[in-house]
Design a protein around this ligand. Structure first.
Ligand SMILES: C[S@@+](CC[C@H](N)C(=O)[O-])C[C@H]1O[C@@H](n2cnc3c(N)ncnc32)[C@H](O)[C@@H]1O
Length: 215
C-alpha cells in the first residue's frame, strides 16, 4: 500500500473477481461470446456488479444504455430492474443488435430489454427529458462529451450517469494521448465540473465515472 491506495496484485484481482460473482445468465452470455473478436469490449464483472447495485439504488424503473455490443452489461442491469422495469439499449452495428436481441429472447429478458438500432447520436435527441433512472455510457469514445450532455437531459434528478473506460488502459495520462484518450479526459473533466452533476472517478475495471444528477 502507498498513499492509502492498495496495489492490485493478481491474487487481489482474483479475490475481487470471485466477489463479483456474475449471475448464471451473465456467465452464460460471457462464456458463449468469449471467442468473439470484440470480446475485450465486455464490461468488466466488477463494473457489472456496480451497475447492478446502482440500478437497484436508482429504483430500476427505466434504464438507458449507450453501447449494447452482445448484451453483457445489459444482462447485469436487466436482472437488477424492478418488476415492470425496462432497459433501452442503443447499438449502431446491426449485426450486434440482432445477436443481442436473440440473446435477450433466449435469456427470457425480451420483455424488459429494448434494443434501439442505429447511431446513438440519431436516437438520443428523440428520447424524453428526465425519463431514465440511470444512463450507462459505453460506446464510441470521441462522442462521450456529447453523450454526457444528452444523459444530463435524459436522467431524472437523483438518478445516475455511469461511464466506462475513463482511464483507457492508462492512456489518459500518456505524454501524447490519442483521440480516444483525449475525449475521455475531456468527458471526465466535464463530468467533474458540470453544475448539475456530482461525480466520482473510480479505478474499477478500465476506470469508471459515477455521477448523480442534481435537482
Ligand atoms: C464497448 S462496446 C459495449 C459493451 C457492452 N456495454 C457490454 O458490456 O456488453 C461498444 C458498443 O458500442 C457500439 N457503438 C459504437 N458507436 C456507436 C454509436 N455511435 N451508437 C451506438 N452504438 C455504438 C459498438 O458497435 C459496440 O457494440
Amino acid at each position: 500500500m502507498s498513499d492509502g491506495r492498495v496495489e492490485m496484485t493478481p491474487a487481489l484481482a482474483a479475490y475481487l473477481d470471485a466477489l463479483a460473482a456474475p449471475s448464471p445468465l451473465v456467465r452464460r452470455v460471457t462464456g458463449e461470446n468469449r471467442g468473439d473478436p470484440g470480446a475485450v469490449m465486455m464490461t468488466h464483472p466488477e463494473l457489472g456488479r456496480l451497475l447492478a447495485v446502482l440500478v437497484t439504488a436508482s429504483g430500476g424503473r427505466r434504464v438507458l444504455e449507450i453501447g449494447t455490443y452482445l448484451g453483457i452489461s445489459a444482462t447485469w442491469m436487466a436482472e437488477a430492474l424492478r418488476d415492470g422495469g425496462r432497459l433501452d439499449t442503443l447499438e449502431a452495428d446491426p449485426h450486434r443488435a440482432t445477436r443481442a436481441e436473440r440473446w435477450f429472447a433466449a435469456a427470457g429478458l425480451a420483455d424488459r430489454v429494448h434494443v434501439m438500432r442505429g447511431p446513438a447520436g440519431a436516437t438520443l435527441p428523440g428520447l424524453p427529458d428526465g425519463a431514465y433512472d440511470l444512463c450507462y455510457i459505453d460506446a464510441d469514445k470521441p462522442a462521450y462529451p456529447a453523450y454526457l450532455e444528452h444523459a444530463v437531459r435524459l436522467v431524472r434528478a437523483g438518478g445516475f450517469i455511469v461511464a466506462d473506460n475513463v482511464l483507457y488502459d492508462g492512456e489518459v495520462v500518456a505524454e501524447r494521448p490519442g483521440e480516444h484518450a483525449e475525449a475521455l479526459r475531456a468527458f471526465t473533466r466535464a463530468a467533474i465540473d458540470h453544475p448539475r452533476l456530482s461525480t466520482a472517478v473510480l479505478a474499477v475495471g478500465d476506470g469508471v465515472t459515477v455521477s448523480v444528477v442534481r435537482g
